[in-house]
Write a protein that binds this ligand. Structure first.
Ligand SMILES: [Cu+2]
Length: 171
């Protein structure tokens, strides 16, 4: 009986790498831990098995946390009711940019800008991501890019006069 239980407990480390990704191993481990304390508190093999499980759990959950926190995040340009809240933003070459509509108002974003007199101007800016028109319904976000060339690139909202965004791309 003891031997059977021992082999059962030494088994989990082999399956942890896969089961951990799917459902997390901490609940499984603490269940084993409770069973262990209740039935075999003096069994050293169980203790080693438990320590092994704990170590594996710590290692794999640490890896998972690092993976989540190192996911690349795009810079964000925020939009309000009728203006960019972020009127200019710097991104690195190769990065994309998230346009975030923080309110319920719609926006339609395109390449170009309103000049000082309020007239829509469309400079060539062939190195900029050409986005056509991107519609925002309110409280939503979309990504433009990647920006693959250094330079200054203009975007504007076709429905809100003087709603300009200038994107600086650094090499
Ligand atoms: Cu707008």
């Amino acid at each position: 009986m003891l031997r059977h239980k021992t082999s059962r407990l030494t088994c989990p480390p082999l399956v942890f790498p896969t089961s951990l990704c799917v459902q997390g191993a901490i609940p499984l481990l603490s269940q084993d831990e409770r069973g262990l304390l209740a039935h075999n508190s003096m069994n050293k093999k169980f203790l080693f098995g438990l320590l092994g499980c704990m170590l594996l759990t710590i290692l794999f959950s640490a890896c998972r946390i690092v993976d989540a926190s190192t996911l690349p995040k795009n810079p964000k340009a925020l939009m309000g009711a009728s203006q960019f809240l972020t009127t200019d933003i710097t991104v690195k070459k190769g990065q994309s940019l998230d346009l975030v509509d923080t309110v319920s108002n719609p926006h339609v974003i395109a390449n170009g800008f309103y000049d000082a007199s309020g007239k829509v101007t469309k400079p060539p800016e062939s190195d900029a991501p050409q986005i056509g028109t991107i519609s925002f319904n309110g409280s939503d976000a979309q990504t433009i890019g990647p920006f693959n060339a250094a330079g200054d690139f203009h975007y504007y909202c076709t429905i809100h006069p003087n709603m300009n965004l200038l994107v600086h791309v650094t090499a």
